[in-house]
Design a protein around this ligand. Structure first.
Ligand code: ATP
Ligand code: MG
Length: 428
């Protein structure tokens, strides 16, 4: 039997999408390592009734552990501790030691930020945050709010509820303490790690992969396989217990062989990491000259720490004049074939390489839209040039979607083109 957990994320700002939930995914990954599978993540606003319903749903679904995030602050809409206490059948009591601890933190913060203090309001807020359910383990605040682990009260049955603050930094900082509490240790006792392996393909259709997996039917016991299409990459994520490792190894070998020509990552590395790794391993450098993506590729290439070892720089060459002045593309060429052309993509790639002295140059020119398209050069038409290692590759792309989609997809395809130049994949 797998141990399963339910997560309840609270916060009207998360419910309405003003803030993207980072706690559910983070907790899911933190729990996986301890062999705990996520049954569901619910998101509710700052409304006690909705929180209560979500807690009841989770408890009723038979999970072994419930974790909440948010609603631990000092304001009136922060009600998680109280609602959880009610559901677990426990009374709230003041924890005087905690009250002093929080008071000291608040005082230090006020002093650091130079906030005017209102002793009465501060005392009331502090007292509210120091109210804890009877019988709960208190987790020391990382910010100002303490966390809680609340087992069910006497005469009841149900999973313990771990109550954590909303700010991701605070929630993550408190996690080691969560694992030390008796109620959580009991819930996790004897659980072996749940493993997760990821393979990424570029240029294989999801339906083709589904067919391969169907053929393996009967050899996949103990594996939970999910496939998903992301930015043109097919991602295969498999979760399995330690006992199913040999089953996974077999599947891994089958996929590696079947998709030798498209599996650019067999160890979970992202395309960014694959490109970075290949450049580093060979001591090569890259530079860009971007028109319609205007620096997005350079930005992406420098997302990873340590990128200064292989990224020399990027030219943003939006106008024709800039293409000429910065990347050295001849005005005569631009006038003759147009800025959005294979010739100019190639000239940009070579210009970036020459001007910055890089081993590999990438040139991008296209029509991101929504305006500016013509019958011969419609929105979504992009030319991508990659030059270096004695080769020049120019590709014509016809990308669907919005301006943002076209620009983002171009960057991903450019990364794959660079990877192709560095580590060509071949069918075996
Ligand atoms: P406090 O109010 O003391 O900061 P809290 O426990 O009450 O702590 P919330 O009020 O729910 O936490 O959230 C505070 C802030 O933390 C939110 O405005 C948001 O910026 C961030 N936050 C909360 N929940 C999440 C979440 N699930 N994902 C990402 N950020 C979140
Ligand atoms: Mg709050």
């Amino acid at each position: 039997m797998t141990t399963r957990a339910g997560i309840v994320v609270t916060g009207t700002e998360v419910l309405t999408g003003r803030v993207i939930d980072r706690n559910g995914p983070w907790l899911a990954e933190a729990l996986r390592v301890y062999g705990v599978d996520i049954a569901h993540v619910s998101i509710v606003g700052d409304r006690p009734d909705d929180l209560r319903d979500a807690l009841r749903f989770a408890a009723g679904s038979g999970v072994d552990l419930i974790i909440t995030s948010g609603g631990l602050g000092p304001t009136a809409d922060d009600l998680t501790a109280e609602v959880v206490a009610g559901e677990q059948g426990r009374a709230m009591r003041l924890d005087p030691e905690l009250e002093q601890q929080i008071a000291a933190i608040v005082e230090r913060l006020s002093a650091n930020f130079g906030w005017p203090s209102d002793p009465e309001a501060t005392a009331a807020a502090t007292r509210k945050q120091a109210m804890v359910p009877d019988g709960a383990s208190v987790l020391a605040p990382v910010g100002t709010a303490p966390g809680l682990v609340v087992p069910v009260g006497p005469g009841r049955s149900g999973p313990p509820v771990v109550v954590l603050p909303g700010p991701p930094r605070e929630l993550q900082g408190m996690w080691p303490a969560v694992l030390e509490t008796p109620a959580v240790q009991t819930a996790l006792a004897g659980r072996a790690e749940l493993r997760q392996s990821t393979i990424r393909l570029w240029g294989t259709r999801e339906s083709e992969l589904a067919e391969t997996l169907r053929e393996q039917d009967g050899h996949l016991d103990g594996l939970e396989i999910t496939t998903c299409l992301r930015e043109g990459e097919v991602e295969i994520v498999t979760r399995y217990g330690i006992a199913a490792q040999p089953t996974y190894d077999r599947l891994h070998a089958v996929l590696a062989q079947t998709y030798a020509a498209t599996a650019f990552s067999l160890d979970g590395a992202t395309i960014d990491e694959v490109v970075a790794g290949a450049l580093l391993a060979r001591g090569l450098t890259v530079a860009t000259a971007e028109s319609c993506t205007a620096g997005l590729l350079a930005g992406r290439l420098t997302d990873l720490a340590g990128s200064s070892a292989y990224v020399l720089g990027g030219l943003v060459v939006y106008s024709n004049q800039a293409k000429h002045d910065l990347a050295g593309v001849s005005m005569e060429l631009i006038e003759r074939v147009g800025a959005v052309s294979p010739e100019v993509a190639e000239a940009l790639a070579e210009g970036a390489r020459a001007r910055l002295g890089a081993d590999i140059g990438v040139g991008i020119t296209g029509i991101a839209g929504p305006g500016g398209g013509t019958a011969e050069k419609p929105v979504g038409l992009v030319y991508l040039g990659v030059s270096g290692l004695g080769q020049t590759i120019v590709r014509k792309l016809n990308l669907p979607g919005s301006r943002a989609d076209v620009r983002r997809r171009t960057v991903v395809i450019a990364l794959h083109q660079v990877r192709e130049l560095l580590v060509p994949l071949e069918a075996t």
